[in-house]
Design a binder for this molecule. Structure first.
Ligand code: DLL
Length: 435
Protein backbone atom coordinates (compact mmCIF):
# COMPACT_ATOMS: atom_id res chain seq x y z
CA UNK A 1 0.00 0.00 0.00
CA UNK A 2 1.14 3.52 -0.75
CA UNK A 3 2.97 5.27 2.09
CA UNK A 4 1.17 8.63 2.27
CA UNK A 5 1.92 11.39 4.78
CA UNK A 6 -0.83 13.86 5.68
CA UNK A 7 1.35 16.77 6.78
CA UNK A 8 5.00 16.20 5.74
CA UNK A 9 5.93 19.73 6.80
CA UNK A 10 5.45 18.80 10.45
CA UNK A 11 5.55 15.01 10.43
CA UNK A 12 8.95 15.00 8.72
CA UNK A 13 10.45 18.04 10.40
CA UNK A 14 14.18 17.76 11.19
CA UNK A 15 14.59 16.73 14.83
CA UNK A 16 16.48 19.92 15.77
CA UNK A 17 13.77 22.07 14.23
CA UNK A 18 11.12 20.03 15.99
CA UNK A 19 12.86 20.55 19.34
CA UNK A 20 12.98 24.30 18.72
CA UNK A 21 9.31 24.35 17.82
CA UNK A 22 8.47 22.33 20.93
CA UNK A 23 10.40 24.71 23.13
CA UNK A 24 8.63 27.72 21.69
CA UNK A 25 5.24 26.11 22.02
CA UNK A 26 5.99 24.85 25.53
CA UNK A 27 6.65 28.39 26.68
CA UNK A 28 3.41 29.55 25.13
CA UNK A 29 1.47 26.68 26.73
CA UNK A 30 2.92 27.17 30.22
CA UNK A 31 2.20 30.88 30.11
CA UNK A 32 -1.31 30.22 28.82
CA UNK A 33 -2.03 27.76 31.67
CA UNK A 34 -0.43 30.06 34.24
CA UNK A 35 -2.43 33.07 33.23
CA UNK A 36 -5.77 31.36 32.85
CA UNK A 37 -5.99 28.37 35.21
CA UNK A 38 -5.77 29.11 38.95
CA UNK A 39 -4.79 25.49 39.65
CA UNK A 40 -1.62 25.80 37.54
CA UNK A 41 -0.88 29.32 38.69
CA UNK A 42 -0.94 28.17 42.32
CA UNK A 43 1.58 25.46 41.49
CA UNK A 44 4.00 27.91 39.90
CA UNK A 45 3.52 30.39 42.75
CA UNK A 46 4.17 27.75 45.40
CA UNK A 47 7.51 27.03 43.73
CA UNK A 48 8.14 30.76 43.35
CA UNK A 49 8.73 30.40 39.65
CA UNK A 50 7.19 31.93 36.58
CA UNK A 51 6.56 30.28 33.22
CA UNK A 52 9.50 32.09 31.63
CA UNK A 53 11.84 30.38 34.12
CA UNK A 54 11.21 27.11 32.30
CA UNK A 55 13.71 27.61 29.52
CA UNK A 56 14.36 24.06 28.37
CA UNK A 57 12.95 20.56 28.69
CA UNK A 58 15.10 19.83 31.70
CA UNK A 59 13.58 22.75 33.61
CA UNK A 60 10.15 21.24 33.12
CA UNK A 61 11.04 18.61 35.70
CA UNK A 62 10.66 21.20 38.45
CA UNK A 63 6.93 21.29 37.83
CA UNK A 64 4.70 18.80 39.63
CA UNK A 65 2.72 16.17 37.73
CA UNK A 66 -0.97 16.45 37.00
CA UNK A 67 -3.07 13.36 37.72
CA UNK A 68 -6.56 12.07 37.06
CA UNK A 69 -7.36 12.97 40.68
CA UNK A 70 -6.50 16.61 39.98
CA UNK A 71 -9.02 16.52 37.14
CA UNK A 72 -11.61 14.93 39.39
CA UNK A 73 -11.00 17.45 42.15
CA UNK A 74 -11.61 20.27 39.69
CA UNK A 75 -14.76 18.72 38.25
CA UNK A 76 -16.32 19.85 36.01
CA UNK A 77 -14.74 23.00 34.58
CA UNK A 78 -12.06 23.98 37.10
CA UNK A 79 -9.10 23.34 34.78
CA UNK A 80 -10.56 25.06 31.71
CA UNK A 81 -8.45 27.91 30.39
CA UNK A 82 -11.28 29.51 28.42
CA UNK A 83 -14.72 30.59 29.48
CA UNK A 84 -17.70 28.63 28.22
CA UNK A 85 -18.40 31.13 25.48
CA UNK A 86 -15.25 29.97 23.76
CA UNK A 87 -15.63 26.28 24.56
CA UNK A 88 -17.53 24.54 21.79
CA UNK A 89 -17.32 20.88 22.85
CA UNK A 90 -17.17 18.77 25.99
CA UNK A 91 -15.96 15.20 26.25
CA UNK A 92 -15.35 12.99 29.25
CA UNK A 93 -14.28 9.65 30.57
CA UNK A 94 -14.40 7.66 33.79
CA UNK A 95 -12.61 9.01 36.80
CA UNK A 96 -11.37 6.95 39.72
CA UNK A 97 -14.71 7.42 41.50
CA UNK A 98 -18.23 7.64 40.18
CA UNK A 99 -17.68 11.09 38.69
CA UNK A 100 -16.37 11.36 35.15
CA UNK A 101 -13.52 13.65 34.23
CA UNK A 102 -14.47 16.46 31.88
CA UNK A 103 -12.42 18.13 29.15
CA UNK A 104 -13.24 21.03 26.83
CA UNK A 105 -12.31 22.08 23.29
CA UNK A 106 -12.21 25.47 21.62
CA UNK A 107 -12.90 25.78 17.90
CA UNK A 108 -9.15 25.85 17.40
CA UNK A 109 -8.70 22.70 19.49
CA UNK A 110 -11.29 20.86 17.37
CA UNK A 111 -9.39 21.87 14.27
CA UNK A 112 -6.08 20.67 15.74
CA UNK A 113 -7.74 17.43 16.79
CA UNK A 114 -9.03 16.81 13.25
CA UNK A 115 -5.55 17.48 11.88
CA UNK A 116 -3.96 14.98 14.27
CA UNK A 117 -6.51 12.26 13.57
CA UNK A 118 -6.10 12.93 9.82
CA UNK A 119 -2.39 12.24 10.32
CA UNK A 120 -2.77 8.95 12.15
CA UNK A 121 -5.50 7.77 9.77
CA UNK A 122 -3.35 8.58 6.72
CA UNK A 123 -0.42 6.83 8.40
CA UNK A 124 -2.66 3.78 8.81
CA UNK A 125 -3.45 3.76 5.08
CA UNK A 126 -6.70 5.77 4.82
CA UNK A 127 -7.18 7.85 1.64
CA UNK A 128 -9.80 10.38 0.47
CA UNK A 129 -11.52 7.72 -1.66
CA UNK A 130 -12.19 5.51 1.39
CA UNK A 131 -15.55 4.74 2.95
CA UNK A 132 -15.00 4.61 6.70
CA UNK A 133 -17.35 2.89 9.10
CA UNK A 134 -16.94 4.25 12.61
CA UNK A 135 -18.04 1.62 15.10
CA UNK A 136 -16.81 3.56 18.13
CA UNK A 137 -19.49 4.98 20.43
CA UNK A 138 -20.50 8.58 19.74
CA UNK A 139 -20.93 10.46 22.98
CA UNK A 140 -18.78 11.67 25.83
CA UNK A 141 -16.22 9.06 24.74
CA UNK A 142 -13.74 10.70 22.36
CA UNK A 143 -13.48 7.75 19.95
CA UNK A 144 -16.58 8.36 17.80
CA UNK A 145 -16.41 12.11 17.27
CA UNK A 146 -12.60 12.20 17.23
CA UNK A 147 -12.23 9.74 14.38
CA UNK A 148 -15.26 11.20 12.62
CA UNK A 149 -13.80 14.71 12.32
CA UNK A 150 -10.34 13.50 11.38
CA UNK A 151 -11.60 11.25 8.61
CA UNK A 152 -13.81 14.00 7.25
CA UNK A 153 -10.76 16.26 7.24
CA UNK A 154 -9.03 13.79 4.94
CA UNK A 155 -12.03 13.87 2.65
CA UNK A 156 -12.97 10.26 3.21
CA UNK A 157 -16.64 9.27 3.40
CA UNK A 158 -17.76 8.66 6.96
CA UNK A 159 -20.46 6.22 8.05
CA UNK A 160 -21.26 7.17 11.67
CA UNK A 161 -22.49 3.69 12.59
CA UNK A 162 -21.55 4.03 16.29
CA UNK A 163 -20.93 0.97 18.45
CA UNK A 164 -23.22 -2.04 18.82
CA UNK A 165 -25.86 -3.82 16.74
CA UNK A 166 -23.19 -6.03 15.29
CA UNK A 167 -25.27 -7.76 12.64
CA UNK A 168 -26.25 -4.36 11.34
CA UNK A 169 -22.57 -3.37 11.27
CA UNK A 170 -21.88 -6.33 9.00
CA UNK A 171 -24.89 -5.51 6.86
CA UNK A 172 -23.81 -1.86 6.48
CA UNK A 173 -20.31 -2.97 5.64
CA UNK A 174 -21.57 -5.15 2.83
CA UNK A 175 -24.25 -2.75 1.51
CA UNK A 176 -22.27 0.50 1.71
CA UNK A 177 -18.98 -0.91 0.46
CA UNK A 178 -17.05 0.00 3.60
CA UNK A 179 -13.30 0.04 2.98
CA UNK A 180 -12.10 1.14 6.44
CA UNK A 181 -13.30 -0.16 9.80
CA UNK A 182 -12.71 2.01 12.88
CA UNK A 183 -13.31 0.56 16.38
CA UNK A 184 -11.66 -1.24 19.27
CA UNK A 185 -9.64 -4.31 18.29
CA UNK A 186 -11.85 -6.60 20.36
CA UNK A 187 -14.96 -5.27 18.62
CA UNK A 188 -13.31 -5.85 15.23
CA UNK A 189 -12.83 -9.47 16.15
CA UNK A 190 -16.43 -9.72 17.34
CA UNK A 191 -17.63 -8.25 14.04
CA UNK A 192 -15.55 -10.90 12.27
CA UNK A 193 -17.16 -13.66 14.32
CA UNK A 194 -20.70 -12.41 13.85
CA UNK A 195 -20.14 -11.85 10.13
CA UNK A 196 -18.73 -15.32 9.68
CA UNK A 197 -21.79 -16.76 11.43
CA UNK A 198 -23.99 -14.76 9.07
CA UNK A 199 -22.14 -16.43 6.21
CA UNK A 200 -20.29 -13.30 5.09
CA UNK A 201 -16.88 -13.75 3.47
CA UNK A 202 -15.02 -10.57 4.41
CA UNK A 203 -12.37 -11.29 1.80
CA UNK A 204 -15.02 -10.76 -0.88
CA UNK A 205 -15.91 -7.30 0.50
CA UNK A 206 -14.03 -4.08 -0.37
CA UNK A 207 -12.83 -3.76 3.26
CA UNK A 208 -9.06 -3.17 3.24
CA UNK A 209 -7.95 -1.16 6.31
CA UNK A 210 -8.65 -1.20 10.05
CA UNK A 211 -7.85 1.63 12.47
CA UNK A 212 -7.99 0.21 15.96
CA UNK A 213 -7.34 1.68 19.38
CA UNK A 214 -8.69 2.65 22.80
CA UNK A 215 -7.66 -0.60 24.49
CA UNK A 216 -4.61 -2.84 24.76
CA UNK A 217 -4.14 -5.62 22.21
CA UNK A 218 -1.35 -7.88 21.01
CA UNK A 219 0.53 -8.81 17.84
CA UNK A 220 -1.31 -12.14 17.84
CA UNK A 221 -4.63 -10.40 17.93
CA UNK A 222 -3.56 -8.17 15.06
CA UNK A 223 -2.62 -11.23 12.99
CA UNK A 224 -5.98 -12.82 13.75
CA UNK A 225 -7.99 -9.69 12.82
CA UNK A 226 -6.00 -9.17 9.62
CA UNK A 227 -6.48 -12.78 8.59
CA UNK A 228 -10.19 -12.98 9.32
CA UNK A 229 -11.19 -9.58 7.92
CA UNK A 230 -8.62 -9.57 5.11
CA UNK A 231 -7.30 -6.11 6.06
CA UNK A 232 -4.23 -4.19 7.20
CA UNK A 233 -4.73 -3.28 10.86
CA UNK A 234 -2.90 -0.50 12.68
CA UNK A 235 -2.89 0.62 16.30
CA UNK A 236 -3.62 4.15 17.45
CA UNK A 237 -3.41 5.62 20.91
CA UNK A 238 -4.84 8.55 22.78
CA UNK A 239 -6.61 9.60 25.93
CA UNK A 240 -9.36 12.02 26.81
CA UNK A 241 -7.20 14.14 29.09
CA UNK A 242 -4.70 14.88 26.33
CA UNK A 243 -7.14 15.27 23.39
CA UNK A 244 -8.64 11.82 22.66
CA UNK A 245 -7.48 9.71 19.69
CA UNK A 246 -4.76 11.34 17.60
CA UNK A 247 -1.98 11.41 20.19
CA UNK A 248 -0.06 8.65 18.39
CA UNK A 249 -0.60 6.13 15.62
CA UNK A 250 1.22 3.45 13.66
CA UNK A 251 2.31 3.84 10.08
CA UNK A 252 2.22 0.93 7.65
CA UNK A 253 5.56 -0.35 8.99
CA UNK A 254 3.64 -1.32 12.14
CA UNK A 255 6.61 -0.87 14.37
CA UNK A 256 5.66 1.65 17.02
CA UNK A 257 3.19 4.53 17.08
CA UNK A 258 4.38 7.94 15.84
CA UNK A 259 3.67 10.54 18.52
CA UNK A 260 2.40 13.93 17.36
CA UNK A 261 5.28 15.61 19.14
CA UNK A 262 4.72 19.04 17.67
CA UNK A 263 1.52 19.15 19.77
CA UNK A 264 2.44 16.99 22.77
CA UNK A 265 5.67 16.79 24.68
CA UNK A 266 6.27 13.27 25.95
CA UNK A 267 8.34 12.14 28.94
CA UNK A 268 8.82 8.63 30.27
CA UNK A 269 9.16 8.32 34.04
CA UNK A 270 9.78 5.62 36.58
CA UNK A 271 6.30 5.38 38.14
CA UNK A 272 7.71 4.72 41.61
CA UNK A 273 10.59 7.19 41.88
CA UNK A 274 9.01 9.64 39.39
CA UNK A 275 12.44 10.12 37.80
CA UNK A 276 12.69 10.78 34.09
CA UNK A 277 14.01 7.75 32.23
CA UNK A 278 16.42 7.86 29.28
CA UNK A 279 15.02 7.12 25.81
CA UNK A 280 14.43 3.43 25.23
CA UNK A 281 13.52 2.48 28.80
CA UNK A 282 10.09 1.27 29.74
CA UNK A 283 8.13 3.54 32.05
CA UNK A 284 5.00 5.62 32.46
CA UNK A 285 4.12 8.08 29.69
CA UNK A 286 3.69 11.69 30.78
CA UNK A 287 2.33 14.29 28.35
CA UNK A 288 2.33 18.08 28.27
CA UNK A 289 0.10 19.80 25.72
CA UNK A 290 1.84 22.39 23.56
CA UNK A 291 -1.01 23.97 21.62
CA UNK A 292 -4.27 23.27 23.45
CA UNK A 293 -6.41 26.30 24.25
CA UNK A 294 -9.44 25.20 26.28
CA UNK A 295 -7.79 22.45 28.28
CA UNK A 296 -4.01 22.71 28.56
CA UNK A 297 -2.36 19.95 30.59
CA UNK A 298 1.08 20.08 32.17
CA UNK A 299 2.91 16.82 32.86
CA UNK A 300 -0.15 14.59 32.88
CA UNK A 301 0.57 11.11 34.25
CA UNK A 302 -1.16 8.64 31.94
CA UNK A 303 -0.49 5.47 33.99
CA UNK A 304 0.25 3.82 30.64
CA UNK A 305 3.50 1.89 30.34
CA UNK A 306 5.52 2.06 27.13
CA UNK A 307 8.94 2.81 25.70
CA UNK A 308 10.10 5.45 23.23
CA UNK A 309 11.82 4.58 19.96
CA UNK A 310 13.88 7.45 18.60
CA UNK A 311 15.55 5.65 15.68
CA UNK A 312 14.33 6.96 12.32
CA UNK A 313 11.40 5.10 10.76
CA UNK A 314 11.61 3.97 7.11
CA UNK A 315 8.29 5.76 6.41
CA UNK A 316 10.09 9.12 6.48
CA UNK A 317 8.30 10.56 9.49
CA UNK A 318 10.74 12.00 12.01
CA UNK A 319 8.23 11.93 14.87
CA UNK A 320 9.44 9.59 17.61
CA UNK A 321 7.49 6.39 18.16
CA UNK A 322 6.13 4.73 21.27
CA UNK A 323 5.86 1.00 21.55
CA UNK A 324 2.36 -0.40 21.86
CA UNK A 325 1.11 0.16 25.43
CA UNK A 326 2.27 -2.71 27.64
CA UNK A 327 -0.05 -2.19 30.55
CA UNK A 328 -1.05 0.25 33.26
CA UNK A 329 0.37 1.15 36.62
CA UNK A 330 -3.05 1.41 38.28
CA UNK A 331 -6.04 -0.89 38.53
CA UNK A 332 -8.06 0.64 35.68
CA UNK A 333 -9.73 -2.03 33.55
CA UNK A 334 -10.67 -1.41 29.94
CA UNK A 335 -13.79 -3.37 29.14
CA UNK A 336 -14.95 -3.15 25.52
CA UNK A 337 -13.03 0.11 25.26
CA UNK A 338 -14.70 1.58 28.35
CA UNK A 339 -12.48 2.57 31.26
CA UNK A 340 -13.66 1.00 34.50
CA UNK A 341 -12.15 1.43 37.96
CA UNK A 342 -12.94 -1.14 40.63
CA UNK A 343 -13.54 1.83 42.94
CA UNK A 344 -16.42 2.95 40.67
CA UNK A 345 -18.03 -0.46 40.89
CA UNK A 346 -17.68 -0.41 44.65
CA UNK A 347 -19.21 3.05 44.76
CA UNK A 348 -22.20 1.86 42.73
CA UNK A 349 -22.70 -1.26 44.86
CA UNK A 350 -22.58 0.69 48.09
CA UNK A 351 -25.45 2.85 46.89
CA UNK A 352 -27.69 -0.22 46.99
CA UNK A 353 -29.23 -1.03 50.35
CA UNK A 354 -28.54 -4.51 51.61
CA UNK A 355 -25.25 -4.94 49.73
CA UNK A 356 -22.19 -5.79 51.82
CA UNK A 357 -18.76 -4.39 50.95
CA UNK A 358 -17.68 -7.82 49.73
CA UNK A 359 -17.53 -8.29 46.01
CA UNK A 360 -15.44 -9.87 43.33
CA UNK A 361 -15.15 -8.66 39.76
CA UNK A 362 -14.70 -11.30 37.12
CA UNK A 363 -13.64 -10.14 33.69
CA UNK A 364 -13.62 -12.70 30.97
CA UNK A 365 -13.54 -12.86 27.24
CA UNK A 366 -16.52 -14.62 25.73
CA UNK A 367 -15.72 -15.10 22.05
CA UNK A 368 -14.08 -11.81 21.15
CA UNK A 369 -15.96 -9.69 23.65
CA UNK A 370 -15.10 -8.79 27.20
CA UNK A 371 -17.58 -9.95 29.79
CA UNK A 372 -17.94 -8.35 33.18
CA UNK A 373 -19.40 -10.35 36.02
CA UNK A 374 -19.67 -9.15 39.59
CA UNK A 375 -20.29 -11.39 42.56
CA UNK A 376 -22.05 -9.41 45.24
CA UNK A 377 -22.68 -10.44 48.80
CA UNK A 378 -25.97 -9.33 50.30
CA UNK A 379 -26.45 -8.71 53.99
CA UNK A 380 -27.93 -11.26 56.40
CA UNK A 381 -31.00 -9.09 56.88
CA UNK A 382 -31.82 -9.05 53.20
CA UNK A 383 -30.76 -12.57 52.36
CA UNK A 384 -33.26 -14.65 54.37
CA UNK A 385 -36.45 -13.10 53.08
CA UNK A 386 -35.81 -12.07 49.52
CA UNK A 387 -32.78 -13.97 48.25
CA UNK A 388 -33.36 -17.28 49.90
CA UNK A 389 -36.96 -17.35 48.75
CA UNK A 390 -36.04 -16.43 45.22
CA UNK A 391 -33.23 -18.96 45.05
CA UNK A 392 -35.57 -21.66 46.42
CA UNK A 393 -38.19 -20.65 43.90
CA UNK A 394 -35.67 -20.83 41.04
CA UNK A 395 -34.49 -24.25 42.16
CA UNK A 396 -38.07 -25.55 42.41
CA UNK A 397 -38.81 -24.54 38.82
CA UNK A 398 -35.51 -25.92 37.59
CA UNK A 399 -36.16 -29.27 39.26
CA UNK A 400 -39.70 -29.53 37.95
CA UNK A 401 -38.50 -28.81 34.40
CA UNK A 402 -35.76 -31.37 34.69
CA UNK A 403 -38.27 -34.05 35.75
CA UNK A 404 -40.37 -33.38 32.67
CA UNK A 405 -37.79 -32.50 30.00
CA UNK A 406 -34.76 -34.37 31.19
CA UNK A 407 -32.92 -31.06 30.58
CA UNK A 408 -31.57 -28.56 33.05
CA UNK A 409 -32.47 -24.97 32.18
CA UNK A 410 -31.15 -21.84 33.92
CA UNK A 411 -34.08 -19.97 35.36
CA UNK A 412 -33.89 -16.19 35.61
CA UNK A 413 -36.73 -14.62 37.53
CA UNK A 414 -38.07 -11.33 36.23
CA UNK A 415 -40.23 -8.68 37.85
CA UNK A 416 -44.02 -8.90 37.55
CA UNK A 417 -45.48 -7.57 34.30
CA UNK A 418 -42.21 -7.43 32.36
CA UNK A 419 -42.95 -10.10 29.75
CA UNK A 420 -44.60 -8.51 26.77
CA UNK A 421 -48.40 -8.97 26.48
CA UNK A 422 -49.86 -9.06 23.02
CA UNK A 423 -53.38 -8.79 21.71
CA UNK A 424 -52.85 -11.72 19.37
CA UNK A 425 -50.94 -14.95 19.88
CA UNK A 426 -48.53 -14.82 22.78
CA UNK A 427 -44.90 -14.89 21.72
CA UNK A 428 -43.50 -17.78 23.73
CA UNK A 429 -40.30 -18.47 21.84
CA UNK A 430 -37.45 -16.13 20.93
CA UNK A 431 -34.85 -18.08 19.00
CA UNK A 432 -31.67 -16.06 18.88
CA UNK A 433 -29.58 -18.77 17.27
CA UNK A 434 -28.16 -17.84 13.93
CA UNK A 435 -28.30 -20.96 11.82
O1 DLL B 1 -9.57 5.58 24.57
C1 DLL B 1 -9.14 7.56 23.26
C2 DLL B 1 -9.10 6.76 22.02
C3 DLL B 1 -10.23 6.59 21.27
C4 DLL B 1 -7.90 6.23 21.55
C5 DLL B 1 -10.19 5.88 20.08
C6 DLL B 1 -7.83 5.53 20.36
C7 DLL B 1 -8.98 5.37 19.62
P1 DLL B 1 -9.96 7.18 27.08
O2 DLL B 1 -11.33 6.60 27.05
O3 DLL B 1 -9.71 8.36 27.92
O4 DLL B 1 -9.52 7.60 25.63
O5 DLL B 1 -8.97 6.02 27.50
C8 DLL B 1 -7.59 6.25 27.54
O6 DLL B 1 -7.18 3.93 27.06
O7 DLL B 1 -4.84 5.77 28.99
C9 DLL B 1 -4.92 3.71 27.68
O8 DLL B 1 -4.86 3.05 28.92
C10 DLL B 1 -6.04 3.12 26.84
N1 DLL B 1 -5.70 3.12 25.41
C11 DLL B 1 -6.09 4.00 24.46
N2 DLL B 1 -5.58 3.65 23.25
C12 DLL B 1 -4.84 2.52 23.45
C13 DLL B 1 -4.07 1.66 22.62
C14 DLL B 1 -9.44 6.78 24.53
N3 DLL B 1 -3.95 1.88 21.29
C15 DLL B 1 -6.87 4.99 27.95
N4 DLL B 1 -3.44 0.61 23.21
C16 DLL B 1 -5.37 5.15 27.85
C17 DLL B 1 -3.55 0.38 24.54
C18 DLL B 1 -4.91 2.20 24.83
N5 DLL B 1 -4.28 1.13 25.37
Amino acid sequence: MENLIWNPEYECLKREELKELQKKRLQWSLRWAYERVPFYRRRFDELRIRPEDIKNFNDLKILPFTTKDDLRDNYPYGLFALNMEQVVRIHGSSGTTGKPIVVGYSRGDLSTWSELVARIATAGGVQPKDICQIAFAYGLFTGGFGLHQGLERIGATVIPASAGMTERQVQLMADFGTTVLVCTPSYALHIAEVGEKMGVDFHQLPLRVGLFGAEPWSENMRAEIERRLGIIATDNYGLTEIIGPGVAGECLHKNGLHINEDHFLVEVINPETEETLPPGEVGELVFTSLTKEAFPVIRFRTRDLSRLIEEPCPCGRTLARMERVRGRTDDMLIIRGVNVFPSQIEHALMEVEGVEPHYQIIVDRVGALDNLEIMVEVSEEVFPDAMRKLVEFEKKIENKLEQILGLRAKIKLVEPKTIERTSGKAKRVIDKRVL
